[in-house]
Structures are given as C-alpha cells and as structure tokens.
Design a protein around this ligand. Structure first.
Ligand SMILES: C[S@@+](CC[C@H](N)C(=O)[O-])C[C@H]1O[C@@H](n2cnc3c(N)ncnc32)[C@H](O)[C@@H]1O
Length: 208
C-alpha cells in the first residue's frame, strides 16, 4: 500500500510554558548524557524537539490521525514520546539501548507524563530478513539501526498496526527501510511522521 505525503504548517505554533520547560530540562539531560557517551559511540542522536512538537500539534489540531495511539520507533531519550502525551496522545516508545530506556522513563516520570517505554526492537517479528537485507545493501559508513527483532511488541501487548501514528528519526540511508516496514506493517490510514537530516519533518499516510 502506498504512502501519500500530507502538508502541515508548523511555523506559527507557539510553545506553551509547560512544554518549553519540559524541553529545556530534556535538552539539559541529553547534553549531560552525550558528554559521557558521544554520538559516534551510539545510535542515539536527538531530533529537534521543538520542530517535532510543532508537527504533532499540527496533526492534532487538524485531526489528521485516525486515533490517538502513537509509538516512537527508536525512542532515544523519549522526548518526542513525552511531548506527545502533552497533546493527549496515548504513547509508548521502543528503544534498543537499555540506558536510554531508563533515562526516558525517569524524565517522563519526573514530569508526571504517562508514557510506557520498553526495551527492545521496533522491527516487527518476521521482518528480520528484510532488515538484514537493507543492512547488507547499504554502503553508508554509518548505520545506527539494530536489525534484530525481539519481543518489544509482546511486552507492550500491541502490534505494529495498533498505532495511529509512528514517529521515527532514521539515518538518511535507513529511511527506505523504515518506510518499507511502516508500509507493510502499519494499519491502513496510519500516519508516519519522520524527522530528517535537513532538520525537517515529513508526514505520510498509508492508504489502500
Ligand atoms: C536517531 S536516534 C532518534 C532518537 C529519538 N527518536 C529522537 O528523535 O530524539 C535513533 C534511536 O533508535 C535506536 N534504535 C536503533 N535501532 C533500533 C531498533 N531496532 N529498535 C529500537 N530502537 C532502535 C537508537 O538506539 C537510537 O536511540
């Protein structure tokens, strides 16, 4: 099923005070974290939280999603997932690095935000071969996606097609794999919001 591009206008969206305060604290904790663990030693690179919040706000304001369930694929520090709860989405995050899962949960809990983070892979069971193939075909020096599947969806009690919105920040050479997985496993009508190396967001819908 193809993905169609949706336009969203994000520039005029002003951050509420509680959102701005949360992002300030998140930025502070992320910079402390990367001081000890440089980006090159890990697959974690944060997206621009203001831009992604504005995109989520635009999706909510225009009622573009079929429902309120959102999953952050590769949730890193969990900031996007936490911000989504501030817009009344029901949110979970799947992250392969345990240390990041713990830091995400601490940040969300400190602000009383109801997000569930699980340690594991967002690669759906059955898609390992597809992921391995994309890895093998990739000539890029840097590849941050871990291609194993595991029991993350079992732990959540959810399937990839239970989400109305998926957010991901893939490395450019990994975008085709993330898109292919979304196209194959997400629900018809679901939205894929991605952040990219141009510091921009892209919104697509899976259509029948
Ligand atoms: C570019 S970072 C983005 C972090 C966060 N989403 C953000 O926007 O700030 C990608 C994250 O995906 C994680 N990751 C890579 N492969 C994964 C996999 N198969 N399943 C879950 N997380 C994965 C990395 O550890 C990293 O934290």
């Amino acid at each position: 099923m193809p993905l169609i591009e949706l336009e969203i206008a994000i520039n005029d969206i002003v951050l509420p005070d509680d959102v701005a305060a949360f992002i300030r604290e998140a930025d502070h904790r992320v910079s402390q974290f990367v001081r000890h663990r440089p980006f090159c030693a890990s697959g974690f690179v944060p997206s621009d939280f203001v831009t992604v919040y504005q995109a989520l706000h635009a999706i909510a304001a225009a009622d573009l999603a079929a429902g309120t369930s959102l999953c952050e694929w590769g949730s890193g520090f969990g900031v996007v997932a936490s911000l989504a709860t501030m817009l009344e989405f029901r949110v979970c995050g799947i992250e392969i690095e345990r240390e990041l899962v713990e830091a995400s949960q601490r940040l969300a809990d400190d602000f009383g935000l109801p997000v569930e983070f699980v340690h594991g892979s967002f690669i759906p069971p059955g898609a390992e071969a597809e992921a391995e193939e994309a890895y093998a075909d990739n000539n890029d020096d840097f590849f941050w996606l871990v291609t194993d599947a595991d029991r993350a969806y079992d732990e959540l009690g959810l399937e990839p097609d239970d989400f109305d919105i998926v957010f991901a920040y893939p490395w450019p050479s990994e975008e085709p794999l993330v898109e292919a997985l979304f196209e194959k496993y997400a629900a018809e009508g679901a939205l894929l919001l991605t952040f990219n190396k141009y510091n921009a967001v892209q919104l697509r819908r899976k259509v029948g």
